[in-house]
Design a protein around this ligand. Sequence first.
Ligand SMILES: *Cc1c(COP(=O)(O)O)cnc(C)c1O
Length: 388
Amino acid sequence: MLKIQNIDKLSGIDTPFYYYDMDLLQETVSRIRALSEKHGIKAHYAIKANSDPRILRLISAEGLGADCVSGYEVQRAAECGFAPSEIIFAGVGKTDSEIITSLEIGIGCFNVESLPELEVISSIAEKRGVKAPVALRINPNIDAHTHKYITTGLEENKFGISEFEFQKAVDFLKSHAETLDFKGLQFHIGSQITDVENVFKLECERVSEIVATFEAMGVTIKNIDLGGGLGIDYEHPDEGKVADFDTLFGTIAKYLQHRPDQQVHIEPGRAIVAQCGSLISRVVFVKDGQKKSFLILDAGMNDLIRPALYDAYHFIENISSPDGPSAVYDVVGPVCESSDVWGEQRELAESHRGDLVAIRSAGAYGAVMASNYNLRPFAKSVYSDELK
Ligand SMILES: *Cc1c(COP(=O)(O)O)cnc(C)c1O
């Protein structure tokens, strides 16, 4: 069960709110730091998973870099303690103003996703008399049939530069060495990958081949970035609270072929922050139907959209009276959409109006995707260390 120290201090706080276990976040980030040092692999936190300033400050203080997908995220990362040189900027639709802002901040690298983007960054850098650090995001075209979670690494997908464009990209980089400082290659094959060893082994093998292909075309690959995607256990949030970074780092160290002068990077998002966050909600009504009972919460899809958007599973528990007999409910939110459902036929402790319920593993892609739909306000954040 979710353990909240001094839970009575929560009684005055309006629900729903996000609760962040800062000790668990610290433990997770410390583990990454130790593995980074052991294997010589740098980690950049994908801040789109959760861009809460307190969370960012804790992560930046441990020396991780930031992986951003908008100019706003680049600015936020710089404000929250990430060294500009440790900020990388990915994304398929970078606007001129986002590119200019990032050049002014002095970020470490643009991960470029298309040839037109390469041309635009080069011409903006030329006008400003600077050299832009760039890496190419490569679409590795790994077969989706190999694994259902590999969803962004296929050629029909909008992300990255595909094999038929490699030569053109290399020619452009060679002819624009005055404006573009070529750093290397970046990959990102998908998300919520739980078959860690098999999937990342496959990625490492493919990446090793592609790196060799580029070097054979006469460019030096200094950085190899394998992206994010490490999954977490949504069904058992209290087991293995720290995601399996040991296997991720170990697999990369074992299967990625690279020279000592090539720096390897990863960009985990979800796996760093998901388990430290819970959405805490109150039972508004228990509604007994003829066929089933509904638990109606004051948290809705506007607070956490993953279940409505992709049928995602989140573990749900009653944290006010966890020890009573159990009952089965359809747990739903208050929003006027039939997809505003937290879970159907869920077994949890018998619940009453006013009880607090925790929707677990909500630290990633939760608060950042919230909206004001139905004019509902944004849920506040509560941090465990404020309750001590
Ligand atoms: C979203 C994203 C990540 C992080 O993915 P997770 O599944 O949260 O680890 C990393 N890199 C890029 C380029 C991304 O778009």
